[in-house]
Design a protein around this ligand. Structure first.
Ligand code: DGT
Ligand code: CA
Ligand code: ZN
Length: 578
């Protein structure tokens, strides 16, 4: 087991201990050890070899041998013991958002509820309200959470599925049995969540490729094995389909299996109108194949400019390609700077100087530091005096650089009444702000929209942070009339964030088309709480491409000077409106 797997298992032990009602100290010790291990530099092999796990703050004597056992044997007898003493259904219930281990155990003990289905039944029968500390509101929340879970069941976050897909692809390539191997489906389209992995292979030896595929490490079960399609389920729970075609069929198949189904339907309709027939194996005029060596050739044969995979969602991309232009979509290398990062002053892990150096070494020319504002106490929100110290420190670090700049900002809470969480005289000390909602999510669409629009009236509002507050596969956002929000942003010279965290990817790409039309700039932001957060930028770029954004649509392609002009233009616009 590697560091990540061991750390995850320690976290699981903590959860099991909590279900068992063990002392909180014991539980916390495992959570701390998990965290400490993850944060310790280097791989697990290296850490154990160099330290024997001794002298690492957070890893105590009791837990050390368990980690070594996991590392050496790939499992943990203590965990196995705990796990065997708790019903599977009870563990499964923890997938319900908002249901923690303690409450799950309470409901299990009192009502004998031991599965998600039984839990839903018990809620609908109004049985939870009789339990101490649980009321009708909580019961209703669980009903909604279960509905959410069912709706999103069987989907995976993009980076999780991508990592598995890349691993499988590499192994197939290394076999030397295939001339082409590509990840297709929703992963190739860079969708925020995916149902499964689709891998397409061009080969003259389909049987050998299929045999190899089912024997790859991580394959837990084989769910289908036909002449052209092999289906497996991986240990991580993700299903993967492998399709084999001949090298001649490959371009047509690549287009077909990239999808989306809706895009394909549109393309087939177009082919038909041109007197052609299109399927996964070819493009035909009567009996004769229209020869294509690449996807570009296929689009050309249909009188279309090339359409990048990210755009193939039947969101107007086929119509746009009729005019012959392939849009220049944003690339990571277009990003000049990054906004929205946290430092140690609030809930970030690193010093401002470290964040700056990490950004600079990755080629960025500026960053915006945005620690949390005072009301966000759970995230170490900054009081006025902390902010002063933080800004002095930024000034000091900025002194060291000529060609790099740290902008002073804050992630300012938009309070329930639509005011910002700092008074004007404090906001005036900042170069810019990211303003976001972190409290009182339960609002009607009208209330939420009014809250945001009112906040945007404030001249110091620069970027609207993670607009819907959603957490993919875990939590729906608050209801927001995004069209009205985008209109308001356009009128006030406010930018909107595309939060690049893979669980957020918020604003949604489907809304970005309208933002682009209205000329609202989108800031692709890592919302980094540690240096690893820089790695998330690529996911934001992928989603921005799905939203058809080019360099001119993105706020952080501006130079530092242009950005300052953007901020003051927005301020002036709003001051004049007041
Ligand atoms: P998902 O749900 O994340 O797996 O999304 P996809 O797009 O990967 O969907 P999937 O795995 O069911 O199918 C892979 C590709 O196969 C899809 O992108 C397009 C093609 N395909 C699947 N079903 C249909 C269909 O009913 N009609 C057409 N024209 N193409 C389809
Ligand atoms: Ca798929
Ligand atoms: Zn936030």
């Amino acid at each position: 087991m590697d560091k990540k797997a061991v750390s995850a298992l320690l976290d699981e032990i903590a959860v099991l201990l909590e279900i068992k009602g063990e002392s909180p100290f014991k539980t916390i010790a495992y959570v701390k050890a998990a965290r400490a291990l993850l944060d310790h530099p280097g791989g697990l092999d290296e850490i154990i070899r160099e330290t024997g796990l001794k002298g690492i703050k957070g890893i105590g004597d009791g837990i050390r041998p368990r980690i070594i056992e996991m590392h050496e044997t790939g499992h943990c007898s203590y965990y196995d013991e705990l796990r065997a003493s708790i019903p599977d259904g009870l563990i499964d219930m923890l997938r319900v958002p908002g249901l923690g281990p303690k409450r799950a155990k309470q409901i299990y003990d009192a009502l004998g509820v031991a599965s998600i289905g039984e839990l839903l039944y018990a809620c609908n029968e109004n049985r939870l309200v009789s339990l101490p500390g649980l009321g009708p509101k909580y019961q209703q929340k669980l009903i909604e959470s279960i509905a959410f879970l069912t709706r999103h069941a069987g989907r995976f976050l993009y980076p999780d599925a991508l990592a598995e897909a890349v691993r499988l692809r590499t192994l197939v390539i290394e076999s030397g049995l295939a001339s082409r191997v590509e990840i297709a489906g929703s992963l190739r389209r860079k969708k925020e969540t995916v149902k499964d992995i689709d891998i397409l292979v061009a080969t003259d030896e389909p049987d050998r490729v299929s045999d190899l595929f089912v024997s790859l490490p991580g394959v837990e079960s084989v769910t289908g094995k036909g002449p052209t399609k092999t289906s497996v389920t991986l240990a991580s729970g993700i299903a993967a389909d492998l399709r084999t075609v001949t090298p001649e069929q490959y371009p047509y198949a690549l287009h077909h299996f990239t999808g989306s189904a809706e895009h394909n339907t549109k393309m087939r309709g177009r082919a038909k109108r041109l007197g052609l027939k299109m399927n996964e194996y070819g493009l035909y005029r009567g009996e004769e194949i229209v020869p294509c060596e690449s996807e570009e050739d296929i689009f050309r044969a249909l009188g279309l400019a090339y359409i990048q995979p990210e755009l193939r969602e039947d969101m107007g991309e086929v119509e746009a390609a009729e005019s012959g232009d392939t849009p220049r979509l944003i690339e990571q290398s277009d990003l000049v700077g990054l906004f929205h990062m946290h430092s140690r002053y609030s809930d970030g892990k690193d010093e401002i100087a470290e964040v700056a150096e990490a950004a600079r070494s990755r080629g960025y020319r500026y960053i915006g530091i945005t620690d949390h504002s005072k009301t966000a106490a759970y995230a170490g929100g900054l009081k006025a005096e902390d902010l002063q110290r933080q800004q002095a420190e930024i000034d000091a670090v900025n002194q060291k650089y000529d060609e790099f700049r740290i902008f002073k900002g804050a992630e300012v809470d938009i309070l329930p009444d639509g005011t910002l969480d700092y008074p004007e005289e404090i906001l005036a000390t900042m170069d810019f702000t990211v303003c976001s909602i972190h409290s009182k999510f339960r609002m009607t669409e009208e209330e939420a929209t009014a809250r945001v629009v009112k906040a945007m009236d404030n001249p110091y509002f620069t970027i609207f942070g993670h607009p819907t507050g959603r957490l993919l596969l875990a939590r729906e956002g608050y209801p927001l009339n995004m069209k009205r929000v985008i209109d308001a942003a356009a009128e006030r010279g406010v930018a909107i964030e595309l939060n690049a965290h893979p669980q957020r990817l918020d604003i949604d790409w489907r809304e970005m088309h309208y933002a682009r039309e209205r000329g609202v700039k989108i800031a692709i932001s890592p919302d980094a709480h540690a240096l690893t957060g820089f790695d998330d930028v690529v996911y934001g770029v992928g989603i921005a491409r799905k939203g058809r954004l080019g360099p001119a649509d993105v706020l952080n392609t501006l130079t530092a000077g242009q950005f300052m002009e953007f901020v003051s233009a927005g301020r002036m616009k709003r001051t004049r409106r007041q």
